[in-house]
Ligand binder design. Structure first.
Ligand code: NAG
Ligand code: NAG
Ligand code: NAG
Length: 503
């Protein structure tokens, strides 16, 4: 038996043991198998994601949604393929504690006609069994969808992303030939600036992501923290792809490395990911502590201010450093360093402070996904989705200098129902727009729109190296799609970004 298979069996076993340990919570009503709702991308054959997922909303016999957990083990999910004896699929049912469940599964092989059974006390729920017809490819199967439009339709990608439109509106066209000359000259041979070409099937960028035929495209990625293009839009600007944008720069933003990895490595990642956080949102709103909470390191002046404020007003704010790195540690001012707190424990608190670090705080997607309310510092830095976030709808805004932080916490304490409403709207935002399918759509759209602006051919430049695709030797699969000539996986993994640059 291979090590990987063994590890996988072990995991399956552990998950099962874990489930048996937990007993169901008390329900305020009883779910009905017929009325319960089931939906999501994981019920469709052609939405290939590293971990596929779908949702279950418990509904009672009178048609009311349950709003508290009917118990972790209420629903049982089984997956079988009629043509296989044993399906190697790792399934997790995550209780979101609000009457809904997130079911994620990872396939280790490709199956034909996958049957998904969702059971409530041995009764089929909603339209269960859900049948995914035809070959259901696992993530490791090298079987790209040759047609971009078909892939977009399969993934239900939105028509547009306003941030992409904003970023690209600054360019009437992009000239790969000119950029290839000018960008390295202007920004130097920085370690953090990588030059990519995706062309024909000679150049690959390896990832663990969904794959689709991408247009030929040539671009520069900034792996550093800070955005680079500081020129005014009226001057001659260069397109640079960055994880983070700012009010004073013109970089083209893409989903952060952290969020991307959290989507790609989901179920393989021990640390935080956008799905497991949904199952670990702590006690219910009423049970949460109403002291505002923050932990982190000293990467910005305002963070120092925050910790000082917390020491002055401990009944309002519990903020402390877990690490000192940038500033000199003065224990009399900032207190002792405290032990690292599991991110899931953040959600024991109602009010979460989101404050810039070196650049935008990349924890915001995870904070939003919880059921606490986010107090977000006004910031010149932004990630790819901030443009869609609305103050007072998805979060409570606080001034860049934190001058109104105490006042805003007091507001939240005095307006508990409104604060809860904002918390839930923020959570809904994360559920709708920050999951794997959305992130893939964003990348695809970005490259597609960018490629359209190119006025010269993308080329493989001197010094560029080919990145080899991994092959899945353990569970080979046969691809039934017509293979395209241009086969490229999304260039999403940081190690790949580093592999393929001008040296
Ligand atoms: C019940 O939950 C589903 C799924 O989240 C949602 O679409 C629907 O609007 C909810 N129904 C009510 C009455 O709140
Ligand atoms: C709430 O949290 C604060 C700060 O962590 C702590 O001092 C306080 O005892 C907690 N309150 C309750 C009721 O647990
Ligand atoms: C950055 O720009 C946004 C959008 O124009 C604005 O709301 C925000 O106040 C600005 N923040 C800072 C700190 O410059």
């Amino acid at each position: 038996m291979s090590l990987r298979l063994f590890a996988w069996l072990l995991l399956l076993f552990c998950v099962d043991l874990f489930r048996h340990e937990l007993t169901g919570a008390h329900a305020d009503s009883v779910p009905s198998a017929a009325k319960t709702l089931v939906w999501g991308p994981g019920l469709e054959t052609n939405v290939v994601l590293p971990a596929r997922f779908f949702y279950v909303q418990a509904v009672d016999s009178s048609g009311r949604n349950l709003t508290t957990s009917p118990g972790e083990k209420t629903f049982e999910v089984k997956m079988v393929s009629p043509v296989e004896q044993f399906t190697r699929i790792w399934i997790q049912v995550l209780d979101r504690k609000d009457g809904s469940f997130l079911v994620r599964y990872r396939m280790y092989a490709t199956y034909t006609d996958l049957h998904i059974h969702i059971l409530l006390k041995n009764k089929h729920v909603a339209k269960s069994p859900f049948i995914l017809k035809g070959p259901v490819y696992h993530e490791g199967c090298d079987c790209p969808q040759p047609s971009g439009p078909v892939w977009e339709a399969d993934m239900h990608c939105p028509q547009t992303f306003s941030q992409i439109e904003r970023d690209l509106a600054l360019y009437a066209s992009v000239d790969p030939d000119r950029n290839a000359q000018e960008i390295p000259q202007r920004f130097g041979q920085r370690q953090s600036l990588c030059h990519y070409t995706v062309q024909d099937n000679k150049v690959y960028v390896r990832t663990f992501g969904e794959h689709v035929q991408l247009p030929d495209v040539e671009f520069f990625v900034n792996l550093g923290d800070w955005p680079l293009e500081k020129r005014k839009p009226t001057e001659k600007i260069h397109p640079i792809f960055s994880w983070c944008g700012s009010n004073n720069t013109r970089d083209i933003v893409m989903p952060t490395y952290d969020l991307t990895e959290s989507v790609l490595e989901t179920m393989g990642r021990v640390s935080l990911d956008m799905m497991s956080v949904q199952a670990n949102t702590g006690p219910s709103w009423q049970e949460k502590n109403s002291t505002a909470f923050w932990r982190g390191r000293d990467s910005r002046q305002e963070r120092l201010e925050l910790v000082k404020l917390s020491r002055a007003q401990p009944n309002m704010i519990d903020a402390a450093f877990t690490n000192f790195f940038f500033f000199k540690h003065d224990e009399s001012l900032y207190g002792p360093l405290v032990k690292h707190v599991s991110f899931f424990d953040f959600f024991k608190y109602k009010y979460q402070i989101n404050i810039d670090g070196t650049v935008a705080a990349y924890r915001l997607p995870y904070l939003l996904a919880g059921d606490s309310v986010v107090l977000k510092q006004d910031s010149g830095y932004y990630e790819h989705f901030y443009n869609e976030l609305r103050p007072w709808e998805h979060y409570i805004p606080i001034r860049a200098d934190l001058g109104d932080l105490l006042e805003k916490i007091q507001w939240a304490r005095d307006h508990d129902e409104e604060a809860l409403k904002i918390a839930l709207a923020g959570q809904q935002f994360a559920r709708n727009y920050l999951m794997g399918d959305s992130i893939f759509c964003y990348y695809y759209k970005l490259f597609q729109e960018y490629a359209k602006l190119q006025v010269t051919e993308p080329k493989i430049r001197e010094g560029m190296e080919l990145v080899e695709q991994p092959s899945d030797d353990l569970f080979p699969c046969s691809c039934h799609r017509t293979k395209a000539r241009h086969i490229v996986k999304f260039p999403l993994h940081q190690s790949d970004f580093v592999l393929f640059h001008l040296t």
